[in-house]
Design a protein around this ligand. Structure first.
Ligand code: GLN
Length: 549
């Protein structure tokens, strides 16, 4: 049977519960345990698929097509495992299941209530992955902050499990903030004391307290927290701000977070952690030999979380290429045909981001044109690929009206059109083409070099596709379809042979990039940008120097 670790949060949100949970999981995995993580989100949406990025950041898609919280991306990137539908549960999902059962008459005339019916369903989901037999340890991150009305049933479910399961099968880790008051030059423990008190009032007592802090916690502070929060001093863990999230597992190793968890779980014999690959990655990340600049063109660029997986993929690919990838955000609404050269002139590569709707579209098209005409490495993801197709149709094929029917339903040249199966769908939630599909890769293409394979699988999230009626015209004029869905013939990859690097993909390669397996497309795109940068240095060095001054 699996053992369970619950991670709750107190004092404020955004303390990095997901990163702490993922780091703990990494350490346990490095010690040979089969670990998975799940996120329980207290909001009422069934999933984040219908929320816009301003509300929720990126929507992370799993292999099996679940639209989930972006923390699942961290779990996969840290652990190099796939998560699934079961790894992200929301209040919406819980109530949906319970209400469907009530309609089916499953409750046999009983009044359906939060306790026990909602909490029973929460507990069932909490235990589900552990019961599969695939994992030794299941970490469950409870979203939100202790004290929120919404998270009460989740905390109550933890309380019941703490009581129901054997003592050494459950650990509760509580993450809090120890603020530093600069004027008084003091770390303050009171918010943590209150937060633990509030958690204890609901009947859940934390075994371990992880303290986010800007300043190191001395032993006195640790003892004080231990005393007032009723835990052992060694169960008070310091979590200092780190320069990169990938440092956090090493920091937690030093603080023995994993050892304390294992002891509480009755695991007293365990091997040293094997973190060889992780450390090698960190070394490359911390000591890059060069720097390149990539422009990220999107309409949510002011919000870092909107493109989380893309930014993380650049970190992985940068380490492989031993360069620091500086990502410059360029708002697509600010690009025009007149200022495009000025906006993009100093870049080493251009990435046009995924997205929905017409806002900022013309800026994206202008950016693609610039990259195509200036041999600037270009990488388009999903909507970015669709923009590359529209640009090529307008400016190379001579079809000025070319568009996607998403932005212009009356266009006379629908080079991007809604997928046939999508046309009959009216509901918005969970109805896109989602999850992993198989794609065949054309021999001799850039895509083949990148993947070093002829058949790949990647994850999707879209409703529109390349209109195959135009394929002959495109291929005859220099843009080829180098990746095709095996079953449907849907175009997955478009590229321009002869260009320094020009590729657009209908899928989301950023969703499968992990520390141990960086996404090949990002690795090769960064390599092309590095080459572009080196060539630019040799040709334009004097000019660049003067520009710098
Ligand atoms: N809006 C486009 C579509 O639905 C692209 C989606 C995306 O970039 N994820 O096809």
């Amino acid at each position: 049977m699996a053992k369970y670790i619950f991670v709750t949060g107190g004092v404020t949100s955004s303390l990095g519960k997901g990163i702490i949970a993922a780091s703990l999981a990494k350490l346990l995995q490095a010690r040979g345990f089969r670990v998975t993580i799940q996120k329980l989100d207290p909001y009422i949406n069934v999933d984040p698929g219908t929320m816009n990025p301003y509300e929720h950041g990126e929507c992370y898609v799993t292999e099996d097509g679940a639209e989930t919280d972006l923390d699942l991306g961290h779990y996969e990137r840290f652990l190099n495992i796939h998560t699934s539908q079961a790894n992200n549960v929301t209040t919406g999902k819980i109530y949906q299941t319970v209400i469907n059962r009530e309609r089916a008459g499953d409750f046999l005339g009983k009044t359906v209530q939060v306790v026990p019916h909602i909490t029973d369903e929460i507990k069932r989901r909490m235990l589900l992955l552990g019961e599969s037999g695939e994992f030794d340890i299941v970490i469950t991150e409870i979203g939100g902050t202790v004290g929120d009305i919404e998270s009460l049933p989740f905390i109550e479910a933890v309380r019941q499990l703490q009581w129901q399961l054997p003592d050494d099968d459950v650990v509760v880790v509580h993450l809090t903030l120890i603020p530093y008051l600069r004027a008084a030059k003091e770390l303050k423990t009171k918010p943590t004391q209150h937060s633990v008190k509030m958690l204890s009032e609901t009947g859940v007592h934390p075994d371990i307290i992880v303290c986010r802090t800007e300043e190191p916690l001395n032993n006195d502070i640790k003892r004080k927290i231990a005393l007032f929060c009723n835990v052992k001093p060694e169960a008070v863990i310091e979590a200092m701000d780190a320069s990169t999230i990938y440092e956090v597992p090493m920091a937690m190793l030093q603080e023995k977070l994993d050892v304390i968890c294992m002891k509480k779980l009755g695991i007293n014999v365990f091997p040293e952690p094997n973190l060889q690959n992780w450390k090698a990655f960190l070394d490359k990340l911390k000591f890059p030999k060069g720097r390149i600049t990539i422009g990220l063109i999107g309409k949510y660029v002011e919000l870092q979380d909107a493109y989380k997986s893309i930014l993380e993929s650049f970190i992985h690919a940068g380490a492989v290429n031993e360069v620091k990838v500086q990502v410059v955000n360029v708002h697509s609404e600010h690009i025009t045909v007149n200022n495009v050269a000025e906006k993009l002139g100093s870049l080493d590569g251009l990435l046009v981001a995924p997205g929905f709707g017409h806002r900022g579209i013309e800026g994206k098209i202008a950016a693609v044109k610039y990259a195509r005409e200036h041999d600037l490495p270009f990488f388009g993801i999903c909507l970015g690929m669709q923009m590359a197709v529209i640009e090529f149709a307008r400016n190379v094929l001579g079809l000025p009206d070319a568009h996607s029917t998403e932005m212009d339903s009356n266009t006379s040249e629908p080079v991007i059109d809604m997928m046939e199966e999508q046309k009959k769908i009216k509901m918005m939630g969970g109805t896109m083409r989602l999850g992993s599909y198989t794609c065949d890769i054309k021999e001799g293409s850039l895509a083949e070099t990148i993947y070093n394979a002829n058949r790949i699988t990647e994850r999707h999230r879209h409703r529109y596709e390349f209109n195959n009626e135009y394929l002959e015209d495109f291929e005859g004029n220099g843009m080829i379809a180098s990746g095709i869905n095996v079953d449907t013939g849907l175009v997955e990859i478009m590229e321009i042979p002869g260009h320094a690097f020009f590729i657009g993909v209908q899928y989301h390669p950023e969703l499968k990039s992990t520390v141990e397996k960086p996404a090949p497309l990002f690795v090769h795109f960064v390599a092309a940008a590095k080459k572009y940068n080196e060539e630019k240095q040799t040709i334009e060095a004097p000019l660049l120097q003067s520009e710098l001054i």
